[in-house]
Design a protein around this ligand. Structure first.
Ligand code: ADP
Ligand code: MG
Length: 329
C-alpha cells in the first residue's frame, strides 16, 4: 500500500488490462489451399485452445460453442506465453498464435490477411496445421469504458503519461492506444521483453507501477517497483506475482488506490506530529511545573485515541471518493 504511493511512472498491459479482456472472434478465414471450411478451421483452433487460460483462447472456444461445433479432445497441449499454443488434434499438429511468432518471412497471403485484420484494430491469430498455414482468425476486444479516464488520471498523478506494453501486433496496439490517449506504445513484446522495458524505465531512477493480467505479464510485475493485477480475469500467476490485486475489475481503481496511498502517508505524518506535540507538551509541563498524574495519563492515552480516530478516517467511503476525485482532478 505504501509503495503504491511512491510510483512516478506507469506501464500498462493491453489485452485484459486496457481492454475488457472479453474478446470476440469476428472473422474466420480459412486459406484457399488448406482444404478446410470455416467450421473445420474453428473446430481445430478451439480444440487446441481449450486448455489455455489466455483471453484470446477463451474467445476462440466461445466462438466454436456459439456455432454449436463439437470439440474433440486434444493431446500434448503446450503453451508459450506471448506466442500461442500447440496441441495434437485427431493426429494433426495444430498451432495457434501470433502470425509474426509462428511464421517468419513476409509477402505471403497470411501477411496480407493479417495486416488487413490488424489495420482495423483486431488481433490476427494464425492457425497452423501440421506446420502449414491453414487460416486466420480475427479477434476484437473493446477498450474498457474507463480506460481513457484512467490514463488521464495516472498522467496527472505521476506527471508522466503511461506506457503501453503488449505482445500484440503494433497496428492493433497503436489503434487502441490512440483511443486511450497513450503515445508511447511498445508492441510485439515477449514476456521477457516486457520485463526489460520495465527495467529500462527503472534504470532512469523511476519507480514503475506495472498493471497487467496475464501469465505474460508476470516477469514485468515481478520486476516492477509495484505490480498490480486485474483480478476478475487475471491469470493465477499474475495474481500471485502482483503486490496488489484490483478485485472490482475497475481499471479506474488503480489511480484511486495510488491517491489513497499518498493520503495514507500524509495521515501517518500528521499522526506522528499530533503524538509528538502531545508528548512534548506533557513532558515540558511535568518538568517545568507540576503535571497531575491522572491528567498525564489522560493526555497520553487521549493522544493515542485521537491518532487512531484520525487514521480511521481513511476507512470511510468518502475517503475513497476523495481519492477518486484526486486522480481525475
Ligand atoms: P498482451 O501483452 O496484449 O496481453 P500476449 O502477450 O498475451 O498479449 O499475447 C501476444 C500475442 O500472442 C497475442 O496477440 C496473440 O497473437 C498471441 N497469443 C498468445 N497466446 C495466445 C493464445 N492462447 N491463442 C492465440 N494467440 C495467442
Ligand atoms: Mg494481458
Amino acid at each position: 500500500m505504501e509503495r503504491l504511493g511512491q510510483v512516478d511512472a506507469v506501464a500498462l498491459d493491453k489485452t485484459g488490462t486496457l481492454t475488457e479482456g472479453s474478446p470476440r472472434v469476428t472473422d474466420v478465414r480459412p486459406l484457399p489451399g488448406s482444404g478446410l471450411d470455416e467450421a473445420e478451421l474453428l473446430t481445430l483452433a478451439a480444440t487446441a485452445e481449450r486448455p489455455s487460460e489466455h483471453p484470446l483462447a477463451r474467445a476462440v472456444v466461445d466462438a466454436a460453442r456459439e456455432r454449436g461445433l463439437d470439440l474433440p479432445g486434444a493431446e500434448d497441449f503446450t503453451s508459450a506465453p506471448g506466442v500461442g499454443v500447440t496441441a495434437v488434434v485427431d493426429g494433426r499438429g495444430v498451432a495457434v498464435g501470433a502470425p509474426a511468432r509462428l511464421l517468419d518471412g513476409t509477402g505471403s497471403t497470411v501477411t496480407t490477411v493479417s495486416e488487413e485484420l490488424e489495420e482495423s484494430g483486431r488481433t490476427a491469430v494464425l492457425v497452423l496445421v501440421d506446420g502449414a498455414p491453414a487460416g486466420l482468425l480475427g479477434i476484437a476486444d473493446r477498450l474498457r469504458p474507463d480506460a481513457a479516464a484512467t490514463v488521464a488520471a495516472l498522467t496527472t498523478l505521476t506527471g508522466t503519461a503511461p506506457v503501453l506494453l503488449t505482445g500484440d501486433n503494433p497496428r492493433a496496439a497503436a489503434h487502441l492506444a490512440a483511443e486511450a490517449g497513450i503515445d508511447d506504445v511498445r508492441a510485439g513484446l515477449l514476456p521477457q521483453d516486457k520485463m526489460a522495458a520495465v527495467q529500462e524505465l527503472e534504470s532512469t531512477g523511476r519507480k514503475v507501477l506495472v498493471v497487467g493480467d496475464g501469465v505474460n505479464d508476470a516477469p514485468a510485475l515481478a520486476a516492477a517497483h509495484t505490480g498490480v493485477a486485474m483480478g476478475r480475469a487475471g491469470s493465477d500467476l499474475a495474481l500471485e506475482t502482483a503486490d496488489a490485486v484490483i478485485v472490482r475489475d475497475e481499471l479506474a481503481a488503480v489511480p484511486t488506490t495510488v491517491a489513497l496511498s499518498r493520503r495514507a502517508r500524509r495521515l501517518v505524518v500528521q499522526n506522528l506530529v499530533i503524538a509528538g506535540v502531545f508528548i512534548t507538551g506533557l513532558v515540558v509541563w511535568d518538568l517545568a511545573g507540576n503535571l497531575p498524574l491522572p491528567l498525564g495519563v489522560a493526555g497520553h492515552e487521549g493522544s493515542t485515541v485521537l491518532v487512531g480516530l484520525n487514521g480511521l478516517r481513511l476507512l470511510r467511503e468518502s475517503a475513497w471518493q476523495r481519492a477518486a476525485a484526486e486522480g481525475t482532478g
